[in-house]
Design a protein around this ligand. Structure first.
Ligand SMILES: C[S@@+](CC[C@H](N)C(=O)[O-])C[C@H]1O[C@@H](n2cnc3c(N)ncnc32)[C@H](O)[C@@H]1O
Length: 238
């Protein structure tokens, strides 16, 4: 059996502050394709299915942090509506160009609004959302910050927090390293996608972070092919 690689903290190009719109657009398009073809979207929708009931506003209020092009909020809005649920999604990204691209991509729907904000300084009151989600986002941070973010997401949620991220392993690393090159993906994706796998988590690491964030009762699912989906309950009312 292959040993699990050490967790990497090397920087991703996507996290640079001076990326061009064309580069972000190209890399986000490739991430969108990965979500569609490699299980990311399916894993998220499956985890959200039990949480689609409307909240106090009469509809499901959801926050998606580190939203990228907002492809997942859009997929979720369609999915919720096809299940008869009314939904409003707030999609947050720190990068102004990315937030602009997400706003353009969601312009045709009133179900998704885009807010440019830093996940560590979110401009929302506690318990503002029924559900908080973050996909392929937590791997951008070190353990202490992952714990801080989980804690803050739990206090923003009334019901649950759903985290969808990458499982660190040599197999998905080798796979995405080769496929990204052979299929001539965008250079930012070619650099960041295999690195993201090395910045991903093992199941025990995510369990430890959830426990340190104060969640006594949580669920961790492995989803095909190399995804981890962590579902935490909202923080108890103060
Ligand atoms: C790998 S992309 C994931 C996009 C999307 N969630 C998906 O799964 O397709 C990570 C996103 O997180 C954003 N991001 C990174 N640090 C952030 C922060 N501190 N606050 C908010 N967004 C951040 C980046 O700008 C980027 O768009």
């Amino acid at each position: 059996m292959l040993p699990v690689p050490q967790r990497s903290h090397a920087p991703e190009w996507m996290d640079r502050a001076d990326n061009t719109r064309a580069d972000l657009e190209g890399a986000l398009r490739d991430i969108e394709l990965t979500n569609r073809l490699l299980g990311g979207r399916k894993a998220l929708l499956r985890a959200l299915r039990p949480h689609l009931a409307p909240g106090p506003s009469g509809r499901l209020e959801l926050l998606d942090v580190g939203t990228g092009s907002a492809d997942l909020p859009l997929a979720l809005a369609c999915f919720a509506e096809s299940s008869g649920a009314s939904v409003r999604i707030t999609a947050v990204d720190r990068d102004p160009t990315t937030a602009g691209l997400a706003a353009e991509q969601t312009a045709s729907t009133t179900c998704v609004r885009v807010v440019q904000a830093d996940a560590f300084r979110l401009p929302f009151a506690p318990r503002s959302f029924d559900v908080v989600t973050a996909s392929m986002f937590l791997h951008h941070f070190r353990h202490e910050d992952v714990v801080r973010l989980l804690d803050s997401f739990r206090s923003l949620a009334r019901r649950a927090v759903v985290i969808n991220d990458l499982r660190r392993h040599w197999l998905p690393y080798g796979f995405i390293y080769l496929v990204a090159r052979l299929t001539r993906r965008h250079p930012m994706y070619v650099h960041d996608a295999p690195l993201s796998v090395l910045r991903g988590f093992t199941a025990p690491e995510l369990r430890e972070a959830a426990t340190e964030a104060g969640a006594a009762d949580f669920r961790l699912d492995r989803r095909w092919p190399f995804r981890l989906v962590l579902t935490l309950p909202a923080a108890a009312r103060a």
